[in-house]
Ligand binder design. Structure first.
Ligand SMILES: Cc1cc2nc3c(=O)[nH]c(=O)nc-3n(C[C@H](O)[C@H](O)[C@H](O)COP(=O)(O)OP(=O)(O)OC[C@H]3O[C@@H](n4cnc5c(N)ncnc54)[C@H](O)[C@@H]3O)c2cc1C
Ligand code: FES
Length: 487
């Protein structure tokens, strides 16, 4: 299952001893140990497993050391941890309430609001019964609550950068070099964002930023609010962190879009970024027998990465009529079947995916419908900017989304907005528009420099540097995607 091994770490899952390894998250360790069902859906108890591997869904929610509903894929594994599944009776892997799913036609959406209120005296009884059935987490005991008392951290900075990917790192290091006090917030346990898969791409920015003494780093910290007239609010565990700054840079990257098809929530179905994260960061193969569903060249690159890691790729199901050629040619030469102009219609399996049914995109009757066996389906449905903090801060969503190539630039090169209270707000990298690593770094550097110019005025040297970076960004013949570059 593993492509590399490190020091083993032992922990317990539902009372049994499991072994992970140093650097794992609870999620990657459980997946490597063969656990596929992490949680159950609330109403029909459908099984859910790792999906985004990035803390963006709740498919992997478990109880860790008494703390309910923790996203297993974001919690770093420690020796001796006690991990328990939540919901499922008699067990998470065999849950009799799953039977509800087979009678789902009896429970139309919203039926509970009409059915469980009559007769009125029955309401309390229904309520207790539904609480028992719903696959929910148990509230921590008073002792557990006491062991994790909340704390509050209030900070000030010249610039706060949200997101420690290529763009955020470039922004932070550019602003630090101008002598500004910078706070960098990222919800991962290490820096690099999406560029972690190519460490050399990060070298300069990460090392430079970390070496600078004016940088305050908050890792494993999620920024959840910036309303444009107050501090940037984030949390790490039970600690609330509020940072008040003179300028804000949003570099939160992008979300990968899930694909729509029947049974698309079965364990074993992954977003491509999730499958690659498991593989590259934790050395865990998502499965042994994969089908890759593609709509862009990311799918081709993902299939190549899975093959290189020793995963058997049954086929690439590419919605494009050209099937990703010429990029897919190399896969074809390696014996991989490319089904061009096809889409996933249905995933099959009970507790985990066993096969997929694929059908022609155009509904062409003469082209065959195939059933492909697999234990993992990796979907690459494209990306969309993670820009909700900008919406919060400016309440200008319509304006921000305008324009053919994405957002409107207020100044040439950088994407500068103003928060409700007038604080300069910069957006850089994929959070502004999906693009390449080179674009993300340039935009990040420009955002950092522009923030410095806003705050400190800046001299001729800063103005010169900014002009050079803007010219470089303008000269970057940027395709909408990063096609042609090696992944
Ligand atoms: C599979 C794949 C292959 C690629 N191949 C190439 C390639 O070959 N060549 C190329 O040029 N580019 C490639 N790219 C694109 C490149 O990786 C991205 O353009 C670049 O990483 C974008 O950087 P970013 O800083 O904008 O976003 P990201 O790198 O995504 O960084 C955003 C960071 O912000 C954090 N974050 C998000 N929201 C919050 C929040 N609310 N609070 C705290 N932190 C938050 C995220 O966890 C993340 O660490 C590829 C991307 C993918 C996914
Ligand atoms: S949050 Fe863990 S898999 Fe999505």
């Amino acid at each position: 299952m593993r492509t590399f091994t490190k020091t083993p770490l032992a922990f317990t899952y539902d009372g049994r001893r499991v072994e992970g390894q140093d650097g794992d998250t609870v999620g990657s360790a459980l997946h490597a140990a063969g656990v596929r069902i992490f949680s159950r859906s609330l109403q029909f108890h459908r099984p859910r497993g790792l999906f985004c591997v990035n803390g963006r869904c709740v498919s992997c929610a478990v109880r860790i050391d008494g703390h309910p509903h923790m996203r297993a894929c974001t919690v770093r594994l420690e020796s001796g941890m006690t991990v328990e599944s939540e919901g499922g009776w008699p067990s998470m892997s065999f849950d009799v309430w799953r039977a509800l799913d087979f009678f789902h036609f009896l429970f139309p959406p919203g039926f509970q609001y009409r059915f469980f209120i009559k007769p009125r005296w029955m309401f309390r009884i229904w309520e207790r019964m539904l609480r028992q059935i719903a696959a929910h987490a148990a509230v921590p005991s008073p002792a557990e609550k006491h062991s994790s008392a909340p704390s509050y951290l209030k900070e000030t900075a010249d610039v706060v950068v949200v997101g420690g990917g290529a763009a955020g790192l470039a922004a932070a290091s550019a602003a630090c070099r101008q002598g500004l006090r910078v706070t960098l917030i990222d919800d991962n346990t290490d820096l690099g964002g999406g560029a972690r898969r190519s460490p050399e791409a990060l070298e300069d920015a990460a090392h430079e930023a970390l070496a600078l003494k004016t940088l305050t780093l908050h890792l494993d910290t999620r920024c959840f609010a910036y309303y444009g007239d107050g501090p940037v609010s984030a949390f790490r565990g039970n600690t609330l962190i509020e940072v008040t700054a003179k300028a804000v840079v949003i570099a939160t990257g992008a979300y990968e879009r899930p694909m729509i098809f029947g049974n698309n929530d079965l364990p074993g179905i992954f977003l491509s970024t999730g499958a690659l994260r498991l593989l590259h960061r934790y050395g865990v193969r998502p499965g042994t027998h994969a089908v890759v569903a593609a709509t862009t060249d990311d799918g081709i690159a993902t299939a190549a990465a899975l093959l290189d890691a020793g995963v058997h790729v049954e086929a690439v199901v590419d919605a494009r009529m050209h099937g990703g050629a010429p990029s897919s040619q190399r896969l074809h030469e390696r014996g991989i079947r490319i089904l061009a102009g096809y889409r996933i219609e249905h995933a099959r399996g009970l507790g985990r995916i066993r096969a997929v049914t694929v059908a022609p995109c155009d509904g062409h009757q003469t082209r065959a419908v195939h059933t492909l066996p697999c234990d993992v389906l990796v979907t690459c449905g494209g990306f969309q900017p993670a820009n909700e903090l900008c919406f919060q801060a400016t309440s200008q969503g319509n304006f921000l989304m305008e324009g053919a190539g994405g957002w409107k630039s207020l100044a040439q090169g950088e994407r500068q907005l103003a928060a409700r209270d007038g604080t300069p707000l910069f957006v850089a990298g994929n959070a502004a528009r999906i693009g390449s690593l080179a674009k993300a770094r340039l935009e990040g550097r420009i955002a950092g420099l522009a923030a410095a110019a806003e705050i400190a005025g800046g001299g001729a040297a800063l103005a010169d540097e900014l002009r050079r970076e803007r010219a470089a960004l303008a000269a970057l013949a940027e395709p909408d995607r990063w096609e042609g570059e090696s992944a």
